[in-house]
Structure formats: C-alpha cells, structure tokens
Design a protein around this ligand. Structure first.
Ligand code: SF4
Ligand code: SF4
Length: 210
C-alpha cells in the first residue's frame, strides 16, 4: 500500500509539471538575457581619452578568494603612457577556470577600472583559453578615445582623472558582451561601431585637447 501511495505521489509531480509553462530557449540563436546586475565577464575600463583606468595596484588580486587574478605593474613614462599617474598594469590576467564570480575584486578596485559585464558565454575548449588577458579584458575604444600609449588629454595630473572617479561608472558601454562574440578572434582594443560613448562624471574632455 505504501509503495502504491509513493508511486502515486511521484507520478503526481510529473503530471503537475505537464501543465506548467515550458521554459525552452532557442540557444544559442536567442540567448536568454540575465538580470541587469548579473556577475559575468570582467571589463577593464578606460578613461574617455582611451587611457586605461587600471593602475596595476594588485588590490583586486589580493581581494580574490580564488587566486584567479594575476597583475604585474609597470612604470608609465612621458613617452610611453598607458594610464594617468605613475603605474599601469603591464600584465593583467583573470583565470576563468578559477573565478567564482563573487565580485570581491571589483569592490576592491580603487579606480573603478574593474567592473563586471553580463557576458556569460565563457566556455572554452581548453584551459589555456580560460585565462583572459588585457587583450580580451580591456574595454573597446569608443568614439573619442585613442589607443594608448599617449599623453594625458583630460588634465595635467592624475588628480584631474581620479578625483571624483568613484562616482564614475566606467566607460564600459559596448563591452557588456565579449567583443569577439561575432568573430572567432577580435582585438578588444578595436572600436565597436555599435557602442556609444559613455557619459562620465569627474573626467571631462578639455576643449581644444588633441
Ligand atoms: S569575481 Fe571573485 S573569484 Fe572572480 S576574479 Fe573577482 S574576486 Fe576572484
Ligand atoms: S583592476 Fe583595479 S584593483 Fe586591480 S590592479 Fe587595476 S586598479 Fe588595481
């Protein structure tokens, strides 16, 4: 009798599901859209003139509980400038075989260089390709930006860039999805024709700047 009741209950669950709304998505042709604050692939943002926001401080790497980030800083010079101030990230890597998408790294970043996008299509067919470098992580060059190295265009000192930068959400518009989604390989530093230039607070292009 107990077996009969158990079977009845079990089939009852199956029967009830037959009348529920079917959740089938036409992936990969119509990929589902995640929630706006979904933690996906990281982005290394740029200032509105194209200089990198990352200063190679390694705070993100120290904050990471999965030891997924590797940063090696380098010195900027007047001839070779990649970011405002003294230092930039000479090497920046995130290992997506380790990352648990907790977001602690972006909380630790003092310049709002590091943010997370909604990009979730991160499966690769070998472990080496899961290590993303600056080539993949840097936000694309939007209108009005130029490829570093180049001099500071938005001010005389790094203070002109970083004071008030915490209210700046980052120039990541157009980088929410991997720039190489449409093509097998694509340099993330190439401009995205569909991307609009982001509004930024605290860093405003000076009139007459080259
Ligand atoms: S999201 Fe979490 S696990 Fe992933 S790199 Fe950042 S701190 Fe590390
Ligand atoms: S992403 Fe942010 S926390 Fe990480 S090295 Fe660059 S500036 Fe520092």
């Amino acid at each position: 009798m107990g077996t009969f009741t158990g079977s009845f209950k079990g089939f009852g669950v199956t029967f009830a599901h037959m009348f529920r709304k079917v959740i089938t998505t036409d992936y990969p042709f119509s990929p589902p859209k995640p929630a706006p604050r979904y933690h996906g692939r990281h982005i290394l943002n740029r200032h509105p003139d194209g200089l990198e926001k990352c200063i190679g401080c390694e705070l993100c790497a120290w904050a990471c509980p999965a030891d997924a980030i590797y940063v090696e800083g380098g010195d900027n010079t007047d001839e070779q400038r990649f970011s405002p101030g003294e230092r930039y990230a000479k090497i920046y890597q995130i290992n997506y075989a380790r990352c648990i998408f907790c977001g602690l790294c972006i909380e630790a970043c003092p310049t709002r260089s590091l943010t997370m996008s909604n990009e979730y299509e991160l499966a690769r067919d070998n472990r080496q390709d899961l290590i993303f470098t600056k080539k993949e992580l840097l936000a694309p060059l939007l209108e009005g930006m130029e490829q570093p190295p180049h001099p500071m265009r938005l001010g005389e000192t790094d203070r002109d860039y970083y004071v008030g930068a915490l209210t700046n959400p980052g120039t990541s518009v157009g980088a929410e999805r991997a720039p190489w989604s449409d093509a097998a390989t694509h340099d993330a530093s190439e401009p995205d024709e569909h991307a609009a230039r982001a509004e930024t607070a605290g860093t405003v292009r000076r009139e007459g700047a080259a």
